[in-house]
Design a protein around this ligand. Structure first.
Ligand code: PLP
Length: 373
């Protein structure tokens, strides 16, 4: 074997995630390791909880980070809350709504699917109709920011609707947290998960999660054991919570949590509103440059995500060849389209640390060179 140390190139990440990471967050991850039950580490975990409560805008005591990626956060919400036979209204308008449906089915839940076109938001009217028809539904599950299409759904309206029908809500905020307004307590969200690698600009592999008191009550009232040992929140609570004596549950990803602490601290110092405004402003700057290049955004302005831009590929351009050249000549990663947008659109992410003027200037200049040659 002739294997050398892996030394990756310095890429600029403007795809659907992972996003660019600030030098401060990368440095945090290389600090000395301590034991995961070291009192200083536990103090840092408590600070992560406080910072996550700020990021989610919640006072939920059960707010913590799953030691695994966003999909595990998703699974945490479903396996803990949905019991066999529970009816769940699942909204699908892209890849990740579909993944929610997989979760419901694997939990033995009864899914009521509300489908919208890829590129459209979840229709509040359709969900209302589904809830009228299924008065025994217990949950409404939807994706706030659909990364596969760059579409934002009206989380506030959907949660208010679910509440009126006595349903708990399960919300995917993997791409929305830190990038667009999201207010867990004010909007009445019951179970929410996110990812570290998008607008938080942290290393991938961690999933912030928060459960409302009503969600914790539903969990505690379960008739059957949670089928996943690792994700069972009745066990994890003892590890992340100060109420019980901190006890070993699993070995935390110590250095990844240093990075999460640092990235959340940066978000706190910037201020959530300022971070939301920065993403909106950088989206406008990108759009102005794309206009000049004759490139158009596919998603309607009212439901566009500033942090994930779906761009129509002009006729005659080879999708994969353009992305390959951007990567090889400019060390710039942009994303491919998915589903009905495969080969027809690119996805340009402006997430967290990547939502900066330097990135936009590089992206526009590189795109101009590559598509106009
Ligand atoms: N939900 C959304 C909206 C996502 O964009 C992603 C990942 O891109 C996930 C869930 C899954 O997250 P992960 O890839 O970290 O497991």
């Amino acid at each position: 074997m002739n294997i050398e140390s892996f030394t990756p190139p310095r890429r600029t990440l403007m795809g659907p995630g992972p996003s660019d990471i600030s030098p401060a967050v990368l440095q945090a991850q290389s600090r000395p390791i301590v034991g995961h039950l070291d009192p200083l580490f536990i103090k840092m975990m408590d600070e992560i909880k406080l910072l996550l409560q700020y990021a989610f805008q919640t006072e939920n005591p059960h707010t913590f980070a799953v030691s695994a990626p966003g999909s595990a956060g998703m699974e945490t919400c479903f396996v803990n809350l949905v019991e066999p036979g529970d009816k769940v209204v699942v909204c699908i308008n892209g890849v990740f709504g579909q993944r929610m449906l997989e979760n419901v089915e694997r939990c033995g839940g009864e899914a009521v699917v509300v489908e919208d076109e890829w590129g459209q938001a979840v229709s509040v009217d359709k969900v209302a109709a589904a809830l009228e028809q299924h008065s025994d539904a217990k949950f409404v599950a939807f994706v706030h920011a659909e990364t596969s299409t760059g579409v934002a759904s009206d989380a506030q309206a959907l949660c208010a609707l679910a509440k009126r029908h006595g349903c708990l809500t399960i919300v995917d905020s993997v791409t929305s947290l830190g990038g667009i307004p999201l207010k867990v307590d004010e909007w009445g969200i019951d179970a929410i998960y996110s990812g570290s690698q998008k607008c938080l600009s942290c290393v991938p592999g961690i999933s912030p999660v928060s459960f409302s008191p009503a969600a914790v009550e539903k969990l505690k009232a379960r008739k059957s054991k949670v089928q996943s040992w690792f994700l069972d929140q009745t066990l994890v609570m003892g590890y992340w919570s100060g109420e019980q004596k901190r006890s070993y549950h699993h070995t935390a990803p110590v250095t990844a949590l240093y990075a999460l602490h640092e990235s959340l601290l940066q978000l706190y110092k910037e201020g959530l509103e300022n971070a939301w405004a920065r993403h909106a402003a950088m989206h406008q700057e990108l759009k102005a440059g794309l206009d000049k290049l004759g490139l158009t955004l596919t998603v309607d302005e009212a439901i566009r995500l500033p942090q994930l831009n779906l761009i129509a590929i002009p006729e005659g351009l080879d999708d994969a060849a353009v992305r390959k050249q951007l990567l090889e000549d400019y060390n710039l990663e942009i994303g491919a389209g998915l589903g009905k947008f495969a080969g027809k659109a690119w996805r340009i992410g402006l997430m967290g640390y990547a939502a900066r003027k330097e990135n936009i200037a590089l992206c526009l200049a590189a795109l101009a060179k590559v598509i106009q040659q």
